[in-house]
Design a protein around this ligand. Structure first.
Ligand code: AMP
Length: 555
């Protein structure tokens, strides 16, 4: 039976305290169903949509089980393993488990073996036999093969997080090999956002007499929490123009994730925004894992407003792609210099994302769901904005069909934006686009990799000793291979559409007075000003009054 409160689950007081400290009033649907069953020792196949609280759905029973096992003196051993598809997710899971274990961190130690590229460097961590090891199947198998990790006599619980993605990342063979190193009896929890034939196959391989848990909840939050809009663009230039207008005239508030379809577009967009003094971070599989994780951590700390990301792992893939395709994808990513264990759209908990912008329409419905799922997490509201070109309409129609409501109505509303109103900005947009040449994009891409590798490797030891200094290492600094024209930074008043002047004028005036590069409330080089002293942060305008003047969508 589903539990209605954490207290009802009979959890250790230290776990209850951690949950209270996190401010979680009640279990989410997946937690309410999965935790009691997992505590009974059952194997689980759980379907949990991204952002539904699935980490704690397995994290709580995992920690509870370990605390019970360690209530009497027992030899130190690795008792639980959490397998994740990517380094980013591995670090996030580590962080979540550590928060849940905050009041029992002497009794339960959690370690990860995915972020560091050097296997040998991870050995000392494993020598200490942490109670829980988090890692990708590839990494865990490598340690099992070299005997730096031995599980045959100690493993009690195995978790497969984002199981469908574990397979699509080409970890199928690693998983099979890994299972040979495990004891005959252990409890297994398999979490997956989708149930497909691959997951079924994995279920047969790993689970024994499992219970299936799939809370009846839509795959994306409802329209009262998540507003989804579509903007039809006639030509590619319109997308750039629209984004420029929306960001520069402050029509979107809060932080945004911008998704594009390829790494070169990622840099094209970053350089384009740079032309207008809008700082943004690039996030893609080419960057070293440490830098990617750092970008996500800093974004979650509020340091950046915009991230331009790719989600290569999901693009162009059907739900049950066959193994050979997966291996190819993995090999392909490696040969192109990309990291096959990269994942942005899936599982990663970007916090306080007000808007997800699909600058390019994603190729698959799954990809749309995972991108858009980065906003409106837990109980927060969010907006998704998808820019669509005529050649992308078919793709979008497929997404709309799958997401359609019970009566067949589309969940994606037209974004009521009058392109004619921002025509005056087109010249500047074109000017900026012209500066971002193919060569500039190529150079930016190379430069960023070089810089990030430097940050990642050379400064690693320094930052380990001086973690506070890590704050100053920003990832949204201009890359500048394109010629930046200073006059593009500001929007002169005569170019602001008359209907938007009321809103944009005040924003721009204040930005200029503060000499901010953009409305992100801080100077590019200096530290973030305190909220109380930053008028941009405390700036409020009457939504009701201004709405009728704005071309933004109705709420
Ligand atoms: P996850 O699906 O595990 O990535 O979790 C998504 C977000 O939900 C995370 O930021 C969690 O901190 C948050 N969360 C998890 N469980 C709860 C809960 N019971 N109440 C409120 N927030 C939660």
């Amino acid at each position: 039976m589903a539990a209605t409160s954490f207290e009802q689950m009979g959890l250790d007081p230290r776990l209850l305290r951690a949950v209270a400290e996190l401010g979680w009033a009640a279990p989410t649907a997946i937690q309410a169903e999965a935790v009691p069953l997992a505590l009974e020792g059952r194997d689980l196949l759980a379907r949990a949509r991204t952002g539904s609280g699935k980490t704690a759905a397995y994290g709580i029973p995992l920690l509870e089980r370990l605390l019970r096992a360690k209530a009497v003196p027992v030899p130190q051993a690795v008792r639980a393993v959490v397998l994740v598809p990517s380094k980013e997710l591995g670090l996030q899971v580590l962080h979540s488990l550590r928060l849940l274990a905050a009041f029992c961190n002497r009794e339960v130690r959690v370690a990860e073996v995915c972020a560091q590229s050097d296997l040998a460097a991870q050995k000392p961590v494993l020598m200490e036999k942490p109670d829980v090891v988090v890692g990708t199947p590839g990494r865990v198998l490598a340690h099992l093969n070299t005997h730096s990790l031995v599980l045959r006599d100690s493993l009690e619980l195995l978790v497969l997080d984002e199981a469908d993605l574990l397979l699509s990342f080409g970890f199928g063979e690693d998983l099979k090999a890994l299972l040979c190193h495990l004891p005959k009896i252990y409890q297994a929890l398999l979490m997956s956002a989708t149930f497909n034939p691959d997951v079924e196959a994995l279920k047969e391989l790993v689970l024994h007499n499992p219970v299936t848990v799939q809370p009846q909840e839509p795959r994306l939050p409802g329209s009262s929490q998540l507003r989804q809009f579509v903007v039809r663009c006639e030509v590619e230039e319109d997308k750039f123009l629209l984004l420029y207008a929306v960001l520069k005239l402050a029509l979107l508030r809060g932080r945004a994730l911008l998704f594009v379809s390829s790494i070169s577009r990622c840099y094209r967009l970053k350089l384009f925004l740079e032309q207008f003094g809008i700082p943004a971070c690039a996030l893609n599989s080419e960057l070293p894992a440490r830098s990617r994780c750092h970008v996500i951590t800093q974004f979650n700390r509020g340091l950046y407003d915009y991230i331009v990301a790719t989600d290569e792992e999901l693009e162009g893939r059907t739900e049950s792609a066959e193994p050979r395709q997966r291996r190819k994808r993995k090999q392909g990513a490696e040969s192109k210099g990309g990291d096959p264990e990269y994942s942005v759209a899936r599982g990663i908990d970007f916090q306080n994302v007000a808007t997800v912008i699909n600058f390019d329409v994603p190729a698959a419905v799954e990809s749309y769901i995972h991108r858009v799922g980065r906003t409106a997490r837990a109980d927060n509201p969010g907006t998704a904005l998808t820019f669509v070109l005529p050649e992308e309409r078919e793709q979008l129609a497929r997404i709309e069909d799958v997401l359609a409501g019970e009566n067949g109505e589309s969940m994606l509303q037209p974004y009521k934006f009058c392109m004619e109103e921002i025509e005056a900005l087109r010249y500047r947009c074109r000017d900026a686009m012209r500066s971002v040449t193919k060569q500039a994009v190529k150079e930016a891409r190379l430069r960023e990799i070089k810089e990030e590798l430097l940050n990642s490797e050379k400064l690693k030891t320094y930052f380990e000793d001086n973690p506070r200094d890590l704050h100053v290492l920003r990832h949204d600094k201009p890359l500048h291979p394109a010629i930046v024209k200073p006059h593009l930074r500001n929007v002169p008043e005569y170019l602001v559409p008359p209907t938007l002047r009321g809103v944009a004028k005040m924003e721009l005036k204040k930005r200029r007075r503060l000499r901010l590069p953009h409305g992100n409330g801080r100077n590019q080089d200096g530290p973030r000003p305190r909220r109380a002293t930053n008028p941009l942060r405390s700036f409020r305008y009457s939504r009701q009054r201004s709405r009728k003047h704005r071309t933004a969508p109705p709420s």
